[in-house]
Write a protein that binds this ligand. Sequence first.
Ligand code: NCD
Ligand code: ZN
Length: 445
Amino acid sequence: MLVDLILKNVKIPLEDRIIECGIAIDKGKIHTIAKTSNLPKGSKIMNLKGNIVFPGLIDAHVHLRDLELTYKEDFYTGTCAALAGGFTTILDMPNTKPPTNTVSRLKEKIEIAKKKIVVNVGFFTSYVSGIKELRRLKSSGAFGMKLYPYDQLGKSVLEDTGIFMKTLAANRVVNLPTLIHAESPQIIDRNEKRLEALQDYSAKAYINAHPPEAEIEAIKKICQITKETRSQLHFCHITLNKSLSLIEEARAIGTNITCEVTPHHLLLTRKIVEKERGNAVMNPPLRTFSEVRSLWEGLIAGKIDIISSDHAPHDLIEKKEKMEKKILPGVPGLETTLPLLLTKVNQNKISIFHMVKILAENPAKIFRIRKKGQIIQGFDADFTIINMKKRSKIDSSEFYSKAKYTPFDGFETIGKPIKVFVNGELAMEDGEILLKPGNGRILYS
Ligand code: NCD
Ligand code: ZN
């Protein structure tokens, strides 16, 4: 038989060893993984020259911003940033304008995304009540429900134990994971009101308004409730040692809780805010060195399930400190996450095998993204090809993202994605996007 494409001379990190082999791809799927001499014939052959092949990487926390916030990012620029950064699948957050919180809004997003995307994209919903609407959302494709400590997006749910329990129970019935931005709405509201009264809109004040207690309080309460409801829960971007121990405690009694950490919380401390000002402001904020150290310990010990970028692009003007207006929190991360983490692999801080788990296998399992996250026969032919030795310097002016800033500007990295395949097609090569808008695929739960 003749397959569409043969990738020869590849190295695949599998469990705890590197397999040298070839991959046959046919109709967008992995047909065979075998020694090159045992592969079927291909209409095309590509020699990957011994570079590392990861399963297509998955970023489960991305704000693509389309529909009405396209001045910050849109489905095309955001998915180009994903490709350039080595991600083949991303899950889009619902805090857009308008928020994704009805079936018709989800469908509207999907229709617009279909024409623009260049990677695989799935969607989360925001707070929705009622089993009937939830069921329809799930069958229209939603991968989970994201709750925020803000109005409209779940604040009242996080504040009210009764409603929260009901929401978790309903999500459990329809088998929808609940994702939480864990910061106590009460603590943040109180602090922000105080700063508004003082008219202090500095980056430092912003960070102080989001203290560790806000995260701890929220995680404590939510873990307690989850112990009773036993529904699937995912904590987004946790930043503290205490959060990890609360989650471990809840897991020990059999709750289905997972958690994520971002590269910025793993690699930066709040000290950098003095230099980077608004460009280093995000929710939750950067913490101290000792928290960063404990996140690494937690990661290495397997207590953290996934790394996500929390790609949260804004316009530069929204990141500036001003006398009269709050800085908008959030940093783009799709184009920095992988080179930064590969640098840590090169420094032996984390193994390449662990990277595959937290950037591909685990997000696919947690959010039940079918046929993705591993290099297995019959799975989708999504691959991220890495040159482990390639050195570069982070330069936000070169981003595909519309958000041309990052607190990592000037950081030197070792290791870079050099090719990306999406559903069997070469989609990115040496930073160049080879797919046309609309060639990505919508994912349905
Ligand atoms: C998020 C965004 O911009 O959408 N920003 C962020 O810093 N993570 C919103 C949020 O989570 O507060
Ligand atoms: Zn986010």
